[in-house]
Each structure stands twice: as C-alpha cells, then as structure tokens.
Design a protein around this ligand. Structure first.
Ligand SMILES: NC(=O)c1ccc[n+]([C@@H]2O[C@H](COP(=O)([O-])OP(=O)(O)OC[C@H]3O[C@@H](n4cnc5c(N)ncnc54)[C@H](O)[C@@H]3O)[C@@H](O)[C@H]2O)c1
Length: 252
C-alpha cells in the first residue's frame, strides 16, 4: 500500500513526499522511495525512525501493522502531524489512542479507505432505513483464494451500516442443515473464495416481488491508496479531531 501511495501521490502536483517509514528489518530500509515504487528517483529514503520520517510532513498516511500504530500516534502528536491510518486489525487500545491523538492533531482511521465503499455504506443505511423491516438484508462477498479471514472487514462494515438503520439485525454466517425458515432479525453473511478476485460486495434487500442489489467491485488495490490520499488532502490544515471517510466525501 505504501508504494501505491507513493506512486499515486507523485502523480498529484499538490503533494510532496518528504519521508517514509518501515519496520526494523524490512529489506527496503535505506532505499529510495521513488525507485522502490518504480516512479524514478525521488531523493527520499525509507527510514525505520518515525520521527525523522515525519519531519516536515503536514500529514502521515499509515498502512502498517497494529503494533506500529501507538508509536506513530505519539510521534505525530509531538510533531503536530495529521494522521490518516488505514491499518486494520486494531484493538480497543488503538481506538483510545486515536481519540487521545485527536485532541492534538486531526486524525482519520478507516479499515477501508475506498471512496466507493463509503458511498455504498451510506446507500445501504439509507435503503435499509427507508425500506424497513419488511425487507430481508443479506450480504455476499467475493475474495481471492488467499484471503484468510471471513467475513471481510468491509462486509462487517456494511452490516454495521444496515444496523444503524435497524439495530435488531444480527449477523448470521452462512446457513447449513435444518436451520429453519429465515427470521426477520437475521442478516446473512456469505463468503465466496477463489482465484484472484480483489473484492466484491453485494448487499441484497429482498422484498415481496422485488429485490435490490447494491454492489461494489474493486478492480485493483489503487482504490484504497487514492481514498487515503484524498483523506490526507482533506486533513491537511484541519483543526484537531476525529474525522471519517464520510467527512472526506462531504455532503452526506
Ligand atoms: N484501509 C484500507 O482500505 C486497507 C487497504 C489495504 C490494506 N489495508 C491494511 O493496511 C496494512 C498494510 O497492508 P499492506 O498490504 O500494505 O502490508 P505490507 O506488509 O505490504 O506493508 C506493511 C508495511 O508496514 C511496515 N511496518 C510494519 N510494522 C511496522 C512498524 N512497527 N513500524 C514501522 N513500519 C512498520 C512494513 O515495514 C511494511 O513496509 C494492513 O493492516 C492491511 O490490512 C487497509
């Protein structure tokens, strides 16, 4: 993700890359970010020191690992750097750390920085609210054969969006055997795995005599990087606080 961000940020005339950080032992440490991303020499080398990577930065974009996030936030607070974090698998401690940092700098943490998925989540909430309890909600997600977790984080996020409108909905992973007829409060989650699918999500709303299918399809991973870059642009110069992808898109 870091290299996709470098590649796409270099194509934007309003963004300057001033530093990059990786974990101790990462074979890319000490190498030029431009060379690594295949965009030609940049004159910025990858460092394991967060502090020096953040020097001169208005915003840091983080796609790393949960263990890296607390130190990054502490450093961003010290240096007054806004933070966009796309790192997934964060626990409640990280949530508290984001809240603490948000008192000092602008912060946005999102496990899915795709702009299309944000809009899909908003559409799902609106559709579920307006169609009401007469419509059954089910989510089907497709991913490549190497994905290790199920359902996907995005599927869970879409289920949350449905639950904002109908709090009684309970996730139900797949169905097998004599499970009985569907109940009103269940929200079926189904994972399909195979090949090299980047990620498709469809939220179904089944009514009597009709069904609505709201679908997002990712065709490559650039969508996450582009959303994170747009979020970074949005955070630059904002006042401290917690922001979300819905703020970045505005108008909701
Ligand atoms: N928000 C989204 O939309 C989205 C999209 C894709 C991936 N992700 C998440 O982003 C994260 C990174 O994904 P990736 O595919 O780029 O992984 P990756 O393994 O290719 O890259 C991770 C990078 O983080 C660095 N890193 C790890 N620990 C560190 C530490 N302690 N200090 C400094 N740097 C550290 C590594 O050196 C490496 O450069 C994962 O959590 C992934 O789930 C989120």
């Amino acid at each position: 993700m870091g290299l996709a961000i470098v590649r796409l940020a270099r194509a934007s005339s309003d963004i300057e890359i001033v530093g990059g950080c990786a974990a101790a032992g990462d074979p890319a440490l000490g190498r030029d970010l431009g060379g690594l991303s295949g965009t030609g020499a940049l004159g910025v080398v990858l460092s394991e020191d967060v502090g020096s990577a953040l020097l001169g930065a208005d915003v840091v974009i983080d796609f790393s690992a949960p263990a890296a996030v607390p130190a990054l936030l502490a450093q961003a607070m010290r240096q007054g750097t806004a933070v966009v974090s796309g790192t997934t698998g964060l626990g409640p401690d990280a949530e508290r750390a984001f809240d603490k940092a948000a008192a000092v700098v602008p912060v946005l943490a999102s496990p899915n920085t795709s702009l299309g998925v944000q809009i899909l989540a908003e559409l799902v909430e609106q559709a579920v609210r307006r169609l009401g309890a007469d419509y059954d909600v089910e989510i089907v997600e497709l991913h490549h054969r190497k994905k290790v977790d199920s359902p996907s984080g995005t599927a869970k996020r879409l289920a949350e969006a449905a639950r904002k409108a109908r709090p009684e909905l309970r996730d139900l992973g797949g169905r097998e055997g004599q499970v009985g007829a569907r109940t009103d409060a269940e929200l079926g989650m189904h994972a399909v795995r195979g090949g090299d699918v980047i990620g498709d999500h469809t939220v179904y709303l089944f009514g009597q005599g009709e069904r609505l299918e709201l679908t997002h399809r990712a065709s490559n991973r650039d969508l996450f990087a582009l959303g994170a870059i747009r979020a970074a642009r949005f955070l630059s110069g904002r006042k401290p606080g917690r922001y979300g992808m819905s703020d970045v898109l505005g108008g909701s």
